[in-house]
Design a protein around this ligand. Structure first.
Ligand code: ADP
Ligand code: MG
Ligand code: MG
Length: 197
């Protein structure tokens, strides 16, 4: 575990953006299954704007993601992810930008998402990937967090939704994972790939 190296935020943004471009079709299909089909578009639009913003100015990767997702990205996921990205950006801006700082930011982001969205673990949302990732990050680092996020996302396939559009289709959402949880798994995979190559 490379605990004390600063995280290269721009490399994370580039890697996450590539994963979102590659995953756009799958994410769209998943949101068609349980929602309104726009999650892939929302996430891709956001990462494209963030890449452009980070390329233009002093804003680093998570700062650009936070600003764009809070201000520009639609859907339920946009502002909620904006909270997560902004909390991570803020935590990384204090001092060392090491694993502990990232973990504190991700935990603050989870708290903010749950304060606003009121989803608990098991409600079939992005929280089902983010909460286990945050726990694993504190204990075991980036690679464990990425594995926990992916596992949490895969497990949402067994869950019926209690929040958001997927709750309208109830039991019919089961069988495929929640798109927002898969998006969070892509984020943590990108972080792990950059931090622990
Ligand atoms: P919309 O449903 O408004 O079209 P998106 O498609 O952009 O929004 O995002 C859908 C994702 O948002 C879901 O897959 C789920 O992970 C997440 N989500 C929905 N409601 C909540 C909530 N209350 N708390 C956390 N995440 C949520
Ligand atoms: Mg949607
Ligand atoms: Mg929508």
């Amino acid at each position: 575990m490379t605990g004390h190296h600063p995280l290269d935020q721009d490399a994370v943004l580039a890697r996450f953006a590539r994963a979102v471009e590659d995953g756009h079709g799958v994410l769209t299909d998943l949101d068609q299954h349980s929602g309104d089909g726009d999650y892939g578009d929302n996430l891709r639009a956001g990462v494209r704007l963030a890449v452009a913003l980070a390329g233009r100015g002093p804003q680093r990767g998570f700062g650009a993601l936070g600003e764009v997702f809070l201000d520009e990205v639609g859907g339920t996921s946009g502002p909620l992810l904006g909270l997560l990205f902004s909390e991570i950006a803020r935590a990384l801006s204090y001092g060392s930008a090491d694993t502990a700082a990232f973990a504190a930011g991700a935990r603050a982001g989870l708290t903010a998402i749950q304060r606003v969205g009121e989803a608990e673990v098991g409600d079939r949302t992005m929280v089902d990937a983010l909460a286990p990732a945050v726990t694993a990050l504190d204990r075991s680092g980036y690679a464990a967090a990425a594995a926990a996020a992916l596992d949490g996302a895969e497990r949402t396939a067994e869950l019926a939704a209690r929040h958001g559009r997927a709750s309208y289709v109830g039991e019919r959402a089961k069988g495929a994972p929640d798109p927002g949880a898969v998006g969070v798994a892509l984020l943590f995979a990108a972080v792990a790939a950059v931090a622990e190559p």
